[in-house]
Design a protein around this ligand. Structure first.
Ligand code: FPP
Length: 242
């Protein structure tokens, strides 16, 4: 795919995070079962990972399963877990060849064993790569991430590993699942919903937000490029005046 003329390659966001929403509605519009909406969502993942890699995005975080998604019918939860395993099994070789690191954030310990094994396998295979870092948010919730961080900070305080005076924003960031990455520059949500849904609450403090009406399975390279083009026009002041 050729570059859009107005995409400034020197101002590509370093970290893009996406709330992949609208799979169910995409399926409903076609009289298909919801599981097929998620399957189509995986195709969109393939395209967007490749495009982010091509554009030189360094981190791509995808909201694949939230802490609240356990409340969906068991059949749907199972189909999402199966899709995750299938995706990792099928894609890891190509991701590896493309120098992508497959990472995850969230409370992975609660995922089925097969998912943990495949995630671990993908990470071990790709951890030394130098290209795009693909961050799958699984059993992820922004509030529970903050709760986990507070627990760890308290225990490090009690064990005198840190002192109260050391607690500041920088230190708290180090206790987040995303400790080794920059905050997202751009958070994208397709499907017409205008909310964050517990995604990257700490890290998204100064992220630029981009919404679109189309459902995730229809989110292709062109939509990503539009989001980045809009991002490039934003005036990021981080609360300061210029
Ligand atoms: C939201 O759409 C989407 C999800 C809860 C799951 C996203 C998962 C995938 C795209 C596939 C599995 C993941 C990987 C990494 C292979 P929705 O079901 O809430 O849509 P709706 O709001 O239209 O019902």
């Amino acid at each position: 795919m050729s570059n859009e003329p107005s995409l400034d390659m020197s101002k590509i966001p370093k970290h893009i995070a996406i709330i992949m929403d609208g799979n169910g509605r995409w399926a409903k519009e076609r009289n298909l079962p919801r599981a097929l909406g998620h399957k189509a969502g995986v195709e969109a993942i393939r395209k967007i990972v490749k495009e982010c890699d091509r554009l030189g995005v360094k981190y791509l975080t995808l909201y694949a399963f939230s802490t609240e998604n356990w409340n969906r019918p068991i059949k749907e939860v199972d189909s999402l877990m199966k899709l995750l395993v299938e995706y990792l099994k099928k894609e890891v070789e190509e991701l590896n060849v493309n120098d992508v690191v497959v990472n995850s954030i969230g409370n992975i310990s609660k995922l089925p064993l097969i998912c943990r094994e495949e995630l671990n396998n993908a990470y071990e295979k790709t951890k030394n790569n130098k290209g795009l870092i693909l961050n799958l948010a699984l059993n992820y919730g922004g509030r529970s991430e903050i709760v986990d961080a507070v627990k760890e900070i308290s225990s490090d305080l009690i064990n005198k590993k840190i002192s109260k005076d050391q607690i500041n924003e920088e230190l708290i960031s180090k206790y987040m699942y995303t400790s080794k990455m920059p905050d997202p520059d751009l958070i994208i949500r397709p499907s017409g919903e205008l909310r964050l849904s517990n995604f990257l609450l700490w890290q998204g403090a100064y992220s630029e937000l981009w919404f679109s009406d189309i459902n995730w399975p229809d989110f292709h390279e062109k939509q990503l490029q539009s989001a980045i083009m809009d991002y490039q026009k934003r005036d990021r002041r981080f609360g300061k005046v210029k």
